[in-house]
Design a protein around this ligand. Structure first.
Ligand SMILES: NC(=O)c1ccc[n+]([C@@H]2O[C@H](COP(=O)([O-])OP(=O)(O)OC[C@H]3O[C@@H](n4cnc5c(N)ncnc54)[C@H](O)[C@@H]3O)[C@@H](O)[C@H]2O)c1
Ligand SMILES: [Zn+2]
Ligand SMILES: [Zn+2]
Length: 361
């Protein structure tokens, strides 16, 4: 059977998104059909819309979602109809060279549904990050469904599906932040503030939030920043050094992904410290750094795809922290909105007014 549902589609570069009827097949082997409950609006959806990720239009947007499994295909054992799940974009294969050496968080061959969702005329859709959850139903690989406690608020925990996990994981997994560390986070949108929250969860004692918007800095304080710096008012590198005895922070996380923020991160870290790039650069951006500084300052320059998370390990653990009051995921949900207002939500994100708009289906 094919299900006719409404979904948010972008047909060409920079075109407005539109609600269209899409056709979603019943799950085949290894797939799951999911009734979407909530889906957050992430900057990556906007990157897709602007043609910054691939040219495979039309896109079915949305990927930070919570849903209920409504059907599964042959051979699926990890989830069953009725399960509350958060969708992920890292269904690991278990067989690639990363998986085989026990580093499944780097899996090079993650799974998505094999069948295609289409427009009514048969045009195949490219679902954002292999998910496509600004839709009443979506089809994913069963491994993209991570079972979570149904008691947890769907809008809040669904954000673990992408941006919030990326930020928390950039601190916990990639940056390996530890007790007593100093951490600076440049860019405090949903991802950066999650990195602030992750640094706090890890026991960092100095957490410096940097942004160009005071509203974001206020929010960062609420999630654990011990100091805030507006980089339009003063040099953030100098500011971070001043707050760390002149040394720089042990871990600096760039949650913007631009040459200037990366350069700031590079020089704002202590000797032998770690830089984590979690913001996604636009194709064509380049950086120039003196190679003797790269060598002489030591340490590690790392990138963080999806916070180097393993959804099966990290989502339930973070949901537990949320339910125990250690991780305020509710604070990330600035507004709840509807499917027809996704473009408005992009505008608000651009204007800096929200951390996350979450679409309720
Ligand atoms: N690595 C991953 O797996 C992953 C996952 C999700 C999102 N992302 C990326 O992370 C980035 C942030 O996503 P988001 O949803 O938080 O976006 P957002 O638009 O909500 O936040 C960006 C923040 O950066 C601030 N900013 C912009 N320019 C700045 C500058 N020069 N200096 C300091 N702050 C600046 C903005 O004021 C805003 O608060 C995006 O590039 C997104 O694509 C990466
Ligand atoms: Zn693999
Ligand atoms: Zn995202």
């Amino acid at each position: 059977m094919v299900h006719k549902v409404q979904g948010v589609v972008v047909r060409s570069k920079d075109a407005p998104s539109s609600i269209e009827t899409i056709l979603v097949p019943d799950p085949g082997p290894g797939e799951a059909l999911v009734d979407i409950i909530t889906c957050g609006v992430c900057h990556t959806d906007l990157h897709y819309k602007q043609g910054g990720i691939t040219d495979d239009f039309p896109f079915l947007l949305g990927h930070e979602a919570t849903g209920t499994v409504s059907a599964v295909g042959a051979g699926v054992t990890e989830v069953a109809p009725g399960d509350r799940v958060v969708l992920n974009w890292r269904a690991v294969c278990g067989e690639c060279r990363a998986c085989r050496r026990g580093e499944a968080q780097y899996c090079f061959n993650t799974h998505n549904a094999t069948q295609k969702m289409t427009l009514e005329d048969g045009t195949e859709l490219t679902p954002a990050l292999g998910i496509g959850a600004f839709a009443e139903k979506t089809l994913v690989a069963a491994g993209q469904c991570t079972k979570v406690d149904p008691e947890a608020d769907a809008a809040a925990v669904g954000l673990l599906g992408c941006g919030v996990m990326a930020g928390i994981g950039a601190a916990l997994n990639t940056g390996n932040v530890g007790y007593g560390d100093s951490v600076a986070v440049i860019g405090c949108g949903g991802v950066g503030i999650a990195a602030v929250a992750g640094a706090r969860l890890a026991g960092a004692t100095t957490i410096i939030a940097v942004d160009i918007d005071d509203r974001k800095l206020e929010l960062a304080r609420g999630l654990g920043a011990t100091h805030v710096l507006n980089s339009t008012e003063a040099d953030p590198v100098e500011g971070i050094r001043n707050l760390t005895d002149g040394n720089g922070a042990d871990v600096v996380i760039d949650a913007v992904g631009r040459p200037e923020t990366y350069t700031q991160a590079f020089y704002a870290r202590d000797l032998a410290g770690t830089v984590v790039l979690v913001g996604v650069p636009t194709p064509g951006m380049t950086i120039e750094l003196p190679l003797d500084d790269v060598f002489g300052r030591g340490g590690a320059l790392k990138s963080s795809w999806y916070g180097d998370c393993l959804p099966s390990r990290d989502f339930p653990m973070l949901v537990n922290h949320y339910l125990q009051g250690n991780l305020d995921l509710d604070a990330f949900v600035t507004e709840r909105t509807t499917l027809d207002k996704v473009d408005e939500a992009f505008e608000k994100m651009h204007g800096g007014a929200v951390l996350r708009s979450v679409v309720e289906l």
